[in-house]
Design a protein around this ligand. Structure first.
Ligand code: 5RP
Length: 290
């Protein structure tokens, strides 16, 4: 381990300067192989470099939470508006028609429910990811959690090793445990740790100073939406995240718990891909909700 004495916080993030290494439309992907690039290009639109991922994996820890009681009724009609679907293999196999023809980011770890403490110690079999023809696998990293940090980093590393073997990207999902700070220092560290351990996409949270989180992460960041917000605030969150360097969103509750989920995901799509302002996005949401 490096000497921790005089460990200095980063100050020079080169904000506003594009990465000097990228000639591919996805940050940090220039040196990857064809299969990886193809799968990443299914997730991140080659024209905009951005993505609207629809997350509905919540049931694997929460059970049938509000908006996800009936995936066939609540989520399948939204899939046409998403660039990528993030879910578990159980829902994919049982409920998502294979002809929706959308890239899938498969939730690849498990190990706990909301009834107990944070714990992820199971990673699904790579053969299932291949069988489902997924475009990425998602694994959580609990940086800063004394019990789970090493296990979850090991999950990510193992998954990245397997993903590298078969050309399947891995998305590192930064956890937000009860005792963890939710600031740019924490999210920068957690995001960078994911990338350094092999993640080719990072999912984290928007925060003050997010531009430093995005600038110091060498792979694209998508943001989670978190708890349900009023629609205009959720659109502001998307707009600010993109403006501050995110390559997209991976949102769940702010879509499927919206009063008008189909209108909401289309408005988010327009903010992310077409640079609509939050006001314009909200107007679009209201129009489509009629
Ligand atoms: C949790 C996840 C969820 O998919 C994520 O939190 C996205 O959902 P939401 O926008 O509802 O927060 O990755 O580990």
């Amino acid at each position: 381990m490096a000497d921790m004495d005089d460990l200095r916080e980063g100050v020079n993030f080169g904000l506003g300067q594009a990465s000097q290494l990228d000639n591919f439309h996805i940050k940090g992907a220039s040196n990857l192989g064809w299969g990886m690039k193809d799968r990443l290009s299914r997730i991140f639109n080659p024209k905009t470099g951005r993505s609207v991922m629809l997350a509905f994996d919540h049931g694997f820890i929460m059970g049938p939470t509000s908006g996800l009681e009936r995936i066939d009724l609540n989520i399948v009609p939204l899939t046409e508006y998403a660039d990528c679907l993030m879910c578990t293999r159980g829902i994919l196999q049982s409920t998502i028609p294979a002809n929706v023809n959308k890239p899938v980011c498969l939730r690849a770890d498990a190990g706990t429910t909301i009834l107990t403490e944070l714990n992820r110690n199971v990673v699904i079999d790579i053969e299932d990811a291949i069988r489902f023809n997924v475009s990425a696998m998602a694994v959580m990293v609990a940086a800063g959690d004394g019990e789970m940090e090493a296990i979850t980093i090991s999950n990510l590393t193992r998954t990245a090793d397997l993903g590298n073997r078969y050309g399947i990207p891995v998305m590192g999902v930064t956890a937000v445990g009860k005792q963890m700070a939710r600031d740019s220092r924490y999210f920068s560290l957690a995001s960078r740790v994911c990338a350094e351990n092999g993640a080719t996409i990072v999912k984290t949270y928007y925060c003050d100073g997010f531009e430093k989180v995005a600038a110091s992460c060498p792979v694209p960041i998508v943001i989670a939406g978190g708890k349900k917000l009023p629609e205009k605030e959720a659109l502001e969150l998307c707009y600010n995240a993109i403006n501050d360097g995110a390559a997209g969103v991976d949102m769940g509750r702010n879509v499927f718990q919206s009063e008008a989920p189909a209108a909401m995901i289309q408005a988010i799509h327009a903010v992310v891909h077409n640079n609509l302002t939050p006001d314009q996005g909200y107007e679009m949401f209201l129009d489509l909700s009629k």
